[in-house]
Design a protein around this ligand. Structure first.
Ligand SMILES: O=P(O)(O)OC[C@@]1(O)O[C@H](CO)[C@@H](O)[C@@H]1O
Length: 364
């Protein structure tokens, strides 16, 4: 039996649960700034900026050197490997800038998709080989949490039983390896919004996926108090003609979570999945106001929905630093309010904040 061979000591458990709780304390959420080089290239292309290491560094320097009060709304930042070792223009490591603000540093650990033969173009995620060594090195380099994104698609015969089981098992194996190395695993099974399915179908699939993930985490003896979940909100497919209110999205989302995610999990930080910045905030706010039991913190781990206005304001020009930081701060604050169910939409959002950020088949 498991209790005879404990996976973690009580000190290790305490460290993990302290880290997880710090990240989501008081309405704080996560800035997902872990775009791979290719994904960042797509973002920069839209604002006509070349995808060089220096341009990626410059944009991220602007985000990370925002006023210290950002630590009231951002508890953690997920970095890509390259960014973890980059410095600001004064020669200070980004990770130290973040830590001095009291922000927990995280790292993307998955290494992209591989096809699952015999399925309708489904994938599993790679990166388990050598993961323990990578985690150990990252921990030494000041990282306290990891992220692994599994992608599941709703389509003809999808997600298949194989894709659900395989991705759940990889997420659980990753989570176990992270915890052995002192990193809190962010477990991200994303049901992507591609397709014309309705809200009810997304809820059905999301429940199946989350139930499989928590079964696998239990099988792998993962300490749930030292994890965070990063799921999709339950929404209709991007091409669905029927539109749903934030309250309907919230009810479907919290129902799915309530049925599948144990109360031992300290926080659920949603991904934004191509929603506009404003929709991501309004939906999060409605989720926190949803009249169902909510034993976990319900917060955000947004990539696009925290950076779209900031990227548009920057446009690759150092002179736009102030406007960029203001745009970022505004979204961070709005989402922190939404994580407490206190966001009030004023109607004064900039154009960029209401634009859909959807990318078809957003796989890596
Ligand atoms: O959906 P969003 O909020 O833009 O991004 C969610 C996310 O998991 O997907 C991206 C691709 O892996 C990551 O950069 C990011 O952490």
């Amino acid at each position: 039996m498991t209790h005879r061979f404990p996976a973690l000591t009580s000190e290790q458990k305490k460290e993990l649960s302290d880290i997880a709780q710090r990240i989501v304390a008081n309405g704080k959420g996560i800035l997902a700034a872990d775009e791979s080089v290719g994904t960042m290239g797509n973002r920069l292309q839209r604002i006509k900026v070349e995808n060089t290491e220096e341009n990626r560094r410059q944009f991220r320097e602007i985000l990370f050197t925002v006023d210290n009060s950002i630590n009231q709304s951002i508890g953690g930042v997920i970095l890509f490997h390259e960014t973890l070792y980059q410095k600001d223009s004064q020669g200070k490591l980004f990770r130290n800038i973040l830590k001095e603000k009291g922000i927990v540093v995280g790292i993307k650990l998955d290494q992209g998709g591989a096809p699952l033969a015999g399925t309708n173009k489904e994938t599993t995620i790679q990166g388990l080989d050598g993961l323990s060594e990578r985690c150990a090195q990252y921990k030494k380099d000041g990282v306290d949490f990891g992220k692994w994104r599994a992608v599941l698609r709703i389509d003809n015969q999808c997600p298949s039983h194989l894709a659900i089981q395989e991705n759940a098992n990889a997420l659980a194996r990753y989570a176990s390896i992270c915890q052995q190395n002192g990193l809190v695993p962010i477990v991200e099974p994303e049901v992507i919004p591609d397709g014309d399915h309705d809200l009810e179908h997304c809820q059905y699939v999301t429940e199946k996926v989350l139930a499989a993930v928590y079964k696998a985490l239990n099988d792998h003896h993962v300490y749930l108090e030292g994890t965070l979940l990063k799921p999709n909100m339950v929404t209709a497919g991007h091409a669905c003609t029927k539109k749903y209110t934030p309250e309907q999205v919230a009810m479907a989302t919290v129902t799915a979570l309530h049925r599948t995610v144990p109360a031992a999990v300290p926080g659920i930080c949603f991904l934004s999945g191509g929603m506009s910045e404003e929709d991501a905030t309004l939906n999060l706010n409605a989720i926190n106001l949803c009249p169902l039991p909510k034993p976990w913190k319900l917060s955000f781990s947004y990539g696009r929905a925290l950076q779209a206005s900031a990227l548009a304001a920057w446009g690759g020009k150092a002179a736009n630093k102030k406007a960029t930081q203001e745009a970022f701060m505004k979204r961070a604050l709005a989402n922190c309010q939404a994580a407490k169910g206190q966001y009030v939409h004023t109607g004064s959002s900039g154009a960029a904040s209401t634009q859909s950020l959807f990318t078809a088949c957003y796989t890596y």
